[in-house]
Ligand binder design. Structure first.
Ligand SMILES: [Zn+2]
Length: 108
């Protein structure tokens, strides 16, 4: 049984990957972009509604929780620490790649 179409799955992966890039650019360059914060909370993410697969929902929540933590670090001036929390092997990075896999599986 498939929980979502391949197009929905790709769109959700794309949204989060792009958001990650924008967040990292913001932190690296040292500015604050509140448009990025609009989709920071899981409840405000456009993908939340379409995620029916239980595993996707869990990983999605983990990703957003990690993202919120990084945002807090970034806006309180702890840019180095914020970037460290985005590095490979962190909860942020691992939940994002696991979410990508789960989204692809959910569309099969
Ligand atoms: Zn999301």
């Amino acid at each position: 049984m498939s929980y979502m179409t391949e197009l929905e799955s790709r769109a959700a992966i794309g949204v989060h990957a792009e958001w990650k890039v924008r967040l990292r650019e913001m932190i690296s360059a040292g500015y604050r972009d509140d448009a990025i914060a609009e989709s920071l909370a899981e409840s405000r993410c456009a993908c939340s509604i379409s995620l029916e697969d239980p595993q996707c929902r869990i990983l999605h929540a983990q990703f957003h929780a990690a993202a919120e933590q990084i945002w807090e670090l970034a806006v309180s001036g702890k840019r180095r620490e914020a970037l460290d929390h985005m590095a490979p092997g962190t909860q942020f990075a691992m939940s994002l790649s696991a979410l990508g896999r789960a989204l692809r599986d959910a569309s099969r």
